[in-house]
Design a binder for this molecule. Sequence first.
Ligand SMILES: NC(=O)c1ccc[n+]([C@@H]2O[C@H](COP(=O)([O-])OP(=O)(O)OC[C@H]3O[C@@H](n4cnc5c(N)ncnc54)[C@H](O)[C@@H]3O)[C@@H](O)[C@H]2O)c1
Length: 271
Amino acid sequence: MLLQGRRALIMGVANNRSIAWGIARAFHREGATLAFTYQGERLKDNLVGLLAEIGGAAGYPIFPCDVTSDDEVAAAFAGLAERWGALDVLVHCVAFADREDLLRPFSGISRKGYALALEVSAYSLIRCAGAARPLLEAAGGGSIMTLTYNAVDRVVPSYNVMAVAKAALECEVRYLAAELGPINVRVNAISAGPLRTLAASAVRGLSGFRDAVEGIAPLRRNVTLEEVAGVATFLASDLSRSVTGNTIFADSGFHVMGVAGQLEVARKPEG
Ligand SMILES: NC(=O)c1ccc[n+]([C@@H]2O[C@H](COP(=O)([O-])OP(=O)(O)OC[C@H]3O[C@@H](n4cnc5c(N)ncnc54)[C@H](O)[C@@H]3O)[C@@H](O)[C@H]2O)c1
């Protein structure tokens, strides 16, 4: 029960494959009290259905929160302040880019698509961290985490505009960590290997990425939702109390392999 007594707000459950839902299940198992935000009425029904799986929706506050709406963000955190008065953990699992902008050549990304991807996937962390700050302060400190993908340091062509959004997001993690550290709030990103989720279905070639991870990563297997949720549990717990401003890779070690290493493994797969 690593998270006994912790109050966590989880943003970004769309369905049972969502990384946010994997994290919710792990936090629940470890004794945390949960609240959720959802994007729109359709996803509210999904969320309520999923909550039934972990003992019913009763007692877990849920709030509508489209992160492009300042009013909805403010109302969600005001609602949480009213219910709990304080918050220990904020889990940000929110990202979006127009499929069209993921399919264009990089130099053809539209102005509108760029602004939308950056607003939803990166600016939202700043906005939500700002809204959560008084609640985290009231708890005497806490942990904020977000999800990224390693198309930032390496080029993954079909990740396109989302790679720029993730670069901004990872930078925000460092700036927020520096600002919020003095009030004992830690801020980190988890860089997850490819998982089959709704958001990932918009990225061309994802199953190819998964095959590559399996064949080349030091651990020779893909990551699972449970493994990513395990890193999130660590970041929410006291075990990580000295960890802030980091991007932690949960990718079976794939990111450490250079091109030469990848080629060598491909030539001698049993090696
Ligand atoms: N699946 C992967 O392979 C993978 C790998 C690394 C990182 N990630 C990241 O993990 C996070 C969660 O994605 P996922 O893969 O679980 O997919 P998902 O589709 O289950 O979750 C994405 C969530 O973002 C929410 N969202 C989108 N636009 C929103 C808006 N305007 N307001 C509020 N919420 C909005 C959706 O409602 C959804 O719940 C994302 O940041 C994603 O980039 C995913």
